[in-house]
Design a binder for this molecule. Structure first.
Ligand code: FES
Ligand code: FES
Length: 154
């Protein structure tokens, strides 16, 4: 059994050690953490982004055996001042369209605000570039990140 810290709890997983974290989150855990999305499964789309020790990673690319002593945070456990400010701004800026990529966008934006109090547009574009949004919500994502940063650090 592989033990992994997820959203502040240690959970034992019976999957094979090389199982990608994404499948363990979505299929093994009870309750299933389906907020982390499967897009491509090959490290291209970014829909499966989670935080590992506060850094965004693609959950489809990391086997659970590589997570010993790591802290994994998924959209379900994202509840810091930065995350709350972003969720509020996301609603106020009406960011979401179909919603499929948005868990990953919020996870990546939260990690960005951990490092930058007032990220510039170029910082935002760099931080978010690995997560595809077929609905084209990037202009609203950018606006919401600026708004959240301003609310945290007026
Ligand atoms: S599902 Fe992981 S990068 Fe696309
Ligand atoms: S909101 Fe539809 S893919 Fe991003």
């Amino acid at each position: 059994m592989v033990s992994v810290r997820i959203n502040g709890k240690t959970v034992g997983m019976h999957s094979a050690p090389e199982t990608p974290l994404l499948w363990a989150l979505r299929c093994e855990l009870e309750p299933k953490l389906t907020g982390t999305k499967f897009g491509c499964g090959i490290g291209v789309c970014g829909a499966c982004t989670v935080l590992i020790d506060n850094i965004p990673f693609q959950a489809c690319q990391i086997p659970i055996c590589a997570l010993d002593k790591a802290e994994v945070v998924t959209i379900e456990g994202l509840d810091t001042p930065e995350a709350r400010a972003l969720k509020k701004a996301w609603i106020e800026c009406d960011v979401v369209q179909c919603g499929y990529c948005q868990s990953a966008q919020l996870v990546a934006a939260t990690a960005l605000l951990y490092c930058h109090r007032h990220p510039a547009d170029c910082d935002i574009d760099e931080a978010m570039k690995g997560i595809a949004c077929r609905c084209g919500t990037f202009p609203r994502i950018r606006k919401a990140i600026h708004q959240a940063a301003q609310s945290l650090h007026p």
